[in-house]
Write a protein that binds this ligand. Structure first.
Ligand code: HEC
Length: 205
């Protein structure tokens, strides 16, 4: 009678130690081979190709969440208090980060340090003295100087939140385009706590 496969002993013996020939179960071997095969398209798509990174997936989700959240803010009016207040709303600012990357980065660089347009992270500004001036520049642009007007392309709420985002860039000054314009005073501090970051809380108010 043939010996059952699992209990077959190997011929060899080392220092009196013998070894059974116990092959891995078939399903395990297939799984192992499958995972090796899987890694090639995975690496090609996610590491070398256009597949989104974990960070990009998270950013996209937060941006989508921010869109939803912004819908609950209603119409924001461009005044100093509102712009200052939203500078600390992390979710809204995440949403604006993706808007900025999409529409402004080509001239101001994704981090705001400037190339065609001025460095928005330093203390020197051409058209801005008060924080509210940012909203005015965004609305009307400086078309002759190469800064487009955004009044007809963005909603008023987006202009307000984007102004908060631009103002916030100054918190982390970056080397980039050389300073242009005059040195201006720091922005005013917010008197009120920032509006809730939370979708449920935003909807409730
Ligand atoms: C096509 C290039 C271009 C794009 C796109 C652009 N900007 Fe500008 N931006 C400029 C230029 C050039 C200036 C400088 C205008 C001047 O000389 O007065 C400027 C100026 C500004 C200023 C005023 C800076 C200062 O020192 O007074 C702000 C704020 C600003 N841009 C924000 C934005 C935001 C936010 C966006 C995206 C919605 C954007 N810009 C898109 C080119 C651009």
């Amino acid at each position: 009678m043939a010996e059952p496969e699992r209990d077959r002993l190997f011929e060899h013996e080392y220092d009196g130690i013998k070894e059974y020939d116990n092959p891995m179960p078939r399903w395990w071997v297939y799984l192992f081979a499958g995972s090796i095969l899987f890694c090639f398209p995975y690496i090609i798509y996610y590491h070398l190709g256009r597949g989104p990174s974990i960070q990009e997936t998270l950013d996209a989700e937060i941006a989508a969440y921010a869109e939803q959240l912004m819908a609950t803010y209603g119409e924001l009016k461009p005044d100093t208090a509102t712009i200052v207040q939203y500078m600390d709303n992390e979710i809204a600012m995440k949403g604006m980060e993706s808007l900025f990357k999409g529409k402004c980065a080509q001239c101001h660089v994704a981090d705001g340090s400037g190339n065609v347009g001025p460095n928005l992270t330093d203390d020197y500004w051409l058209n801005v003295e008060q924080i509210i001036d940012i909203a005015e520049v965004l609305n009307n642009g400086r078309v002759a100087k190469g800064m487009p007007a955004w009044k007809d392309k963005l909603t008023e709420t987006q202009i307000v939140l984007l102004s908060s985002y631009v103002a916030r860039l100054r918190r982390e000054p970056l080397p980039g385009k050389e300073p242009q314009g005059d040195r201006i005073q720091p922005w005013p501090q917010s008197a009120e706590p920032p509006p809730a970051d939370d979708l449920a809380a935003g909807a409730a108010s």
